[in-house]
Design a protein around this ligand. Sequence first.
Ligand SMILES: Cc1cc2nc3c(=O)[nH]c(=O)nc-3n(C[C@H](O)[C@H](O)[C@H](O)COP(=O)(O)OP(=O)(O)OC[C@H]3O[C@@H](n4cnc5c(N)ncnc54)[C@H](O)[C@@H]3O)c2cc1C
Length: 394
Amino acid sequence: MPHVVVVGSGIVGLASARALAQQGHDVTVLEKEERLASHQTGRNSGVIHSGLYYKPGSHKALMSRAGVRSMTAYAEDRGIAHEICGKLVVATRESEVPALRALAERAQQNGVPSRLVSAAEAREHEPHVAAVEALRVDSTGIIDYPGVCVALAEDVTEAGGQVLLGARFERARSTTDGVDVLTSQGRISADWLVNCAGLQSDVVAQRSGLVPEARIVPFRGEYFELVPGREDLVRGLIYPVPDPALPFLGVHLTKMINGSVHAGPNAVFAFAREGYRWRDVNVRETASALAWPGLWRLAGRFGTTGVGEVVRSASRRVFARSLARLVPDIGVDDITPSPAGVRAQALRRDGTMVDDFLIQRAQNQVHVLNAPSPAATCALEIADHVARQVTQGA
Ligand SMILES: Cc1cc2nc3c(=O)[nH]c(=O)nc-3n(C[C@H](O)[C@H](O)[C@H](O)COP(=O)(O)OP(=O)(O)OC[C@H]3O[C@@H](n4cnc5c(N)ncnc54)[C@H](O)[C@@H]3O)c2cc1C
């Protein structure tokens, strides 16, 4: 039975481990933290994205369309908290209507059921929203992703695999018939290595002998949440019309599965890949990011936007003003800071962001090198893709 070492117990690593274990592989998951889903998966917005934004035909578009169904079915099957509450993308001024309609066309190209609605109908869904026109997507939902990870880990062990917590991947070397993996708990002789290390995926790739075409740049997303008693300002998910030039969706309001309402995130460069506060600085990681020419090229293109995001990050008042564009009743006293998340975004040397999921195969190795949002939604589909790479290469 081929032995596969999977690095990372985020949703992508655990889903890949589950797919491989259920196909009869002997699977070992290495997780450097003491609990599952400590990084991106445990700190995200908890949305099951329906796939309206993405380039038609891309992995993101195809996999999220399938992911909405498969993730919802998995949650139903395993009793994981979720709700298909629907989403409104709102144009808050006339000048945003052309972009909203372009988004509606893209949703159609991607086969995502959605419809343009008037301001009055938008308020039937979200009574406090400010809209001149909106796009309603019924299939978008919310879910407990850490709960999904617990269930996936159970599936892995039930299928005979193991999940090792506090086990750090150090480096790997392909041999004639497999991979030698060095971990903080000793050496493992495996047939395959699967890298799902999220924010550290380029580092793990480099330490396995690969020269990745892109580097991970960490963007911290800071959240606020509505204070108790004001959650009824939002019933589901309210998003702005996105700026197609930017990789993130803009500050939005998200009902979470525990009933709270999160606002955000914004996106600022993080001075540590796993740094969740302004004062978290990792000198080695920051120096390595600053040495990557792509970061400077990106900063040249988005400098002004970046400054705006930093201002919003530092000021609750400015953050509240961004939210009030969507829901005018939200004031500065209605929001309170909430834990941040850091996004792993792969950036090429020329400063362009890798838009789609990026999965690369090397000798006896598969590396997931870019799995940003909506990769949580698409985890079961990414996992099938990863498992195919292993079985086809075996
Ligand atoms: C703020 C924010 C909001 C988001 N919102 C959504 C959303 O609403 N819906 C959605 O679909 N997606 C969303 N995403 C994206 C989604 O969370 C990620 O795409 C997904 O969680 C990626 O999962 P992963 O398993 O690749 O990475 P991670 O969850 O980051 O897991 C990687 C794991 O690898 C481990 N690891 C790293 N290095 C090593 C090593 N050397 N040895 C052992 N273990 C190691 C880490 O400790 C970590 O546990 C959001 C992301 C963020 C940050």
